[in-house]
Design a protein around this ligand. Structure first.
Ligand code: MCA
Length: 560
């Protein structure tokens, strides 16, 4: 059946529609059905007959009202813009501090900190080869470093997202800084980015810090601690970005992410926690690809599915628990090394999809991000893109402006069906931990990645500058940030050595011993001891090393 026949599949077709279909078929005789990245057939026209037979209130409703398809707040961007949250991470803490102030000066309204790869792996700077330091994030190893990184940044009024998997030492350092500055922890807002340990084992490959089941224990303690002591902090950011960048289709990425959300919620419930306490602080983070309409539908469907899960499956009663809050990052894998300035157009399209999808926080990639840590000018354009979309193009004047489009609503319904089918499948496999340990999720992502690559290789999917519209270019002219000066890194490592010598090592030893004991005692909260160790002066490597010993070292999941 071709696209037009499918369109007319409905039992009774209005006369005008039949006439259109005939004219279309005559004018475009070979019209092959096209499919979006999620495999959903895309027809040339959508009409009222494409909507599911559900009432408006049941499936769409109003912004700020269940099931939140049209947005989680009644005012959405008319009440408050999304957070302009650019990822920043380079060099030593002093370099980070300069860049963060620049970005805030340009209009960013929130910040995030990307640590150096050595930090991601759970080591201190003096444990890894010096040439690896500071090239893809900031070296932050203790509370003193965090104090320098955040110098002059009002952490009691600006939200800070720390890219930091379990055991969340960067938040612990930030809390130590807050105490030094006399800021109550109840005023600290932000998010533990990358706290979703499942996503690391599936796709992000930042699993080195702790074994999966060890990380599973710590995340529940982390959520409990933050809910009680840092109540405006989001301890969980459930990540679809890694899976989609690894090749999952948008529908799969949304579905798997929600499955991880289900798993974390069920672990918290099993630990005796109240859904109405922890769910309002569950948050999500997604990739936004250039497949514009599909992305808009993905977010609208995800919002609806999550609201229903929270109310019906977890039994949450407070409407704040049903809200699907998410950060979006324009997809790096859609960007190309070739003709790098074209990436500005790609990022703009992706950002529009995220905004029309109703996101709460947005990172727009710099056009040179595909080549290196962004240069200052590229970072400025990325921030300006958000300002232009909001204030020049007025994308935010109307809430959910694509709502009611026959196409968008039909696509949202179909996305929802696909997402629910995958959730059923993962439930059948015993939940997300088991599905990942069996390799089911990775297998599906691998197959989707291969299918997409085939579309690119055959030219079915155009990538401008890569498989079409190429031009002669000299790669030597591509922009690239210089490596951090080796002497700066050497000075940093020396400073770290002096820090380790001069602090109160007796206090550190005591705190580290208590941390180790907490890991073996289910009655204690491991994250509370991470915070105590950070305040006592322990370093990132020491905290991670202790827990690695007690809870196991993260290993790749091998599939049979
Ligand atoms: C690539 C790289 C890698 O792989 O390494 C990465 O992962 S990068 C990883 C990148 N990931 C991230 O950066 C994740 C960032 N995530 C977040 O910032 C969060 O999880 C977020 C998505 C919920 C956004 O948090 P946020 O603080 O910026 O914004 P919120 O949406 O929570 O809004 C702040 C406060 O304003 C309120 N608020 C907002 N808008 C409205 C409105 N229209 N009406 C009424 N209230 C509103 C919210 O309820 C909230 O208050 P209240 O709090 O009282 O409810």
């Amino acid at each position: 059946m071709n696209a037009v026949d499918k369109h007319l599949h409905a039992a009774s077709v209005p006369e005008g529609e039949q006439r259109w279909a005939d004219e279309f078929a005559k004018a475009v005789p070979g019209d092959a059905t096209v499919h979006n990245r999620s495999g959903i057939p895309v027809k040339p026209l959508y009409t009222p007959s494409d909507r599911r037979a559900e009432s408006y209130a049941e499936s769409l409703g109003y912004p700020g009202q269940y099931p939140f398809t049209r947005g989680i707040y009644s005012t959405m961007y008319r009440g408050r813009s999304w957070s302009q949250r650019q990822l920043i991470g380079l060099g030593v803490p002093e370099d980070y501090n300069v860049r963060v102030k620049e970005i805030l000066g340009l209009g960013a309204s929130a910040l995030s900190l990307i640590p150096c790869n050595s930090v991601f792996r759970g080591y201190d700077a003096d444990e890894v080869p010096a040439e690896l330091l500071g090239t893809c994030g900031t070296v932050v190893n203790n509370a003193d470093d965090m104090q320098v990184a955040l110098d002059g940044v009002p952490i009691d009024s600006i939200s800070t997202a720390m890219n930091d998997p379990s055991p969340f030492t960067l938040l612990a350092f930030e809390l130590a800084v807050a105490r030094r500055r006399g800021i109550p922890w109840t005023r600290i807002t932000g998010t533990s980015n990358q706290s979703d340990c499942i996503s690391h084992f599936v796709a992000n490959h930042m699993f080195f810090r702790l074994a999966l089941q060890g990380a599973r224990r710590v995340i529940v303690d982390h959520i409990r601690f933050c809910n009680a002591q840092v109540p405006h902090w989001n301890p969980l950011s459930i990540v679809g970005q890694h899976m989609q960048q690894a090749g999952a289709t948008p529908a799969e990425a949304m579905a798997f992410t929600l499955c991880s959300g289900i798993q974390y919620a069920e672990d918290c419930i099993a630990a005796g926690m109240d859904p109405d306490q922890f769910l309002p602080r569950f948050t999500f983070f997604f990739d936004i690809s250039i497949s514009f309409f599909e992305e808009v539908a993905k977010f609208r469907a995800g919002r609806r599915v999550w609201a229903r899960l929270c109310r019906e499956r977890f039994g949450a009663k407070d409407p704040r628990s049903w809200r699907f809050k998410f950060h979006g990052q324009t997809s790096g894998v859609d960007l190309t090394r070739q003709q790098p300035l074209n990436n500005i157009a790609r990022v703009t399209t992706q950002a529009m999809a995220g905004i029309f999808g109703g996101l709460q926080s947005l990172h727009t990639d710099a056009y040179d991000e595909v080549l290196s840590t962004p240069k200052t000018e590229a970072a400025r354009i990325a921030v300006a893109t958000q300002n232009i979309l909001r204030e020049e193009a007025h994308l935010t004047d109307v809430i959910d402006p694509l709502g009611g489009s026959y196409y968008i609503e039909s696509l949202t319904d179909q996305m929802e069906e696909r997402i629910n089918a995958i959730i059923d499948m993962i439930d059948g496999a015993g939940g997300m931990y088991q599905a990942v340990e069996k390799g089911i999720v990775q297998q599906m992502i691998g197959e989707s990645a291969l299918a997409f690559q085939k579309r690119v290789d055959t030219g079915e999917q155009t990538i401008v500058g890569v498989n079409a519209y190429q031009v002669e270019e000299d790669p030597a002219t591509y922009p690239s940030l210089e490596y951090p000066a080796p002497e700066r890194m050497r000075a940093y490592v020396e400073r770290l050595g002096a820090y380790k010598k001069n602090r109160s090592n007796a206090e550190v030893d005591k705190a580290i011993a208590a941390l180790a004991r907490s890991a073996n005692d289910r009655e204690q909260n491991v994250f509370e001891h991470v915070v105590r160790a950070a305040e006592a002066g322990a370093t990132h490597g020491e905290i991670c090393g202790t827990l690695r010993k007690e809870l196991g070292f993260g290993q790749p999941l091998t599939m049979v």
